[in-house]
Design a protein around this ligand. Sequence first.
Ligand SMILES: [Zn+2]
Ligand SMILES: [Zn+2]
Length: 208
Amino acid sequence: MIHIESYILLKEYQTNTYLLWDDLSKDAVLVDPSVPSEDMAQTVKSKQVKLKLVINTHGHGDHIAGNNYFASLFSCPVAIHPLDANMLIDNRKNLSTYMGYDLKLKSADIMLNAGDKYCLGNHTLKVIHTPGHTAGSICLLIDKYLISGDTLFEQSIGRTDFPGGSHTDIIKSIKEKLFILPDDILVFPGHGPTTSIGLEKINNPFVN
Ligand SMILES: [Zn+2]
Ligand SMILES: [Zn+2]
């Protein structure tokens, strides 16, 4: 069985960091570590899971700043879509310079492309490329869970006014790649509460 828990490590931006793990194999991934956090590291250790990978849904500062900390502490690689990869090493592209901290992180170890699969025990995490918020934004689908980054929020969508953003693309991504998923898929966004594909198809005012 896959477990998912969300943590807010960065109060200012209310970014959701997700820990996903398989209870049989104890394989785990950390998605969007928004800051280095000893408390979060302790949480990972207390669950006795094996952190295998850090994944960024996209390259904005509030989703990546913990990369180096967790990757080195747990000796695991960092993965991102190739179109957002240079945001890790460019403090203007990742917007951190405008957030008041200059982030220049290590380069990604793994490039995640559309359709790529990553195994967590007997479960498969699938990469969906959803450009729009950034060119390299991705969503992650595993079992009944979708981690949607800053693409789809509860009754909202990600901003598209940052460099690399495109309103046309985000709407197309949501309609053609997310709204084709079953209604009962639970959506875990980069900010805000959990929702579902079915609820967003009915209630999301930006897509309808
Ligand atoms: Zn973002
Ligand atoms: Zn964000």
